[in-house]
Design a protein around this ligand. Structure first.
Ligand code: IMP
Ligand code: MG
Length: 182
């Protein structure tokens, strides 16, 4: 890992990453998102479902900017081989309360192919919330493989690999305060 966090580039596992979205820009955009959410969810006490691991920084900074009543739960989509021959099964884990009749906002770090979000939406839908919307810090529109309605997006980006501010490369870099690009 780079010993000089203020530099414009860093190396992780022999890959060089350049700074792409600096922290002040990330935080300014998050404040705008929070402002919009605050208007849309006044008096509804929304429940945020923050998808681990990538969304932890985004969720933290976004919720600090929100001045409405709200709740948050951290969830994960765990993939495992099913007992049946059908192969991959995903299970929503971490949700320990009923979400029936609640207004749900899923917080995700980045949407790439959209397959993860597609599965997550199906799992959440089954629990019969009143409404579901997605708030993603980053979206790669050209990479989408399934149609998705993402109402709240921080930044639309190209098909590049990003790192930092929650996003990892081989488990590293989640702690970086800026978003870097390969
Ligand atoms: P999807 O199912 O292809 O949309 O992938 C979503 C997940 O892949 C995200 O939640 C991230 O964990 C990971 N991911 C996608 N693109 C990137 C990237 O550029 N950097 C780091 N992780 C990524
Ligand atoms: Mg993720």
């Amino acid at each position: 890992m780079n010993k000089f966090p203020n530099m414009d580039s860093l190396q992780i596992n022999n890959q060089t990453f350049q700074i792409f979205i600096p922290e002040p820009e990330i935080l300014a955009r998050i404040a705008q998102l929070a402002h919009i959410l605050q208007t849309d969810y006044q008096n509804t006490r929304p429940l945020f479902l923050a998808v681990l691991n990538g969304s932890f920084m985004f969720a933290s900074d976004l919720l600090k900017c929100l001045h409405i009543e709200c709740e948050i739960q951290f969830v994960k989509l765990s993939s495992y081989q099913g007992m049946q021959s059908t192969g991959k099964v995903s299970e929503l884990i971490g949700l320990n309360q009923s979400i029936a009749n609640r207004d749900i906002i899923i917080l995700e770090d980045i949407i790439d192919s959209g397959l993860t979000m597609h599965e997550l939406l199906q799992s959440v839908q089954k629990l019969q919330p009143k409404s579901i919307e997605v708030c993603a810090l980053l979206l790669k529109p050209e990479a989408l493989k399934v149609p998705l309605q993402i109402k709240y997006v921080g930044f639309e980006v190209g098909n590049e690999f990003l790192l930092g501010y929650g996003l990892d490369y081989d488990g590293l870099g989640r702690n970086l305060r800026h978003i870097f690009k390969l």
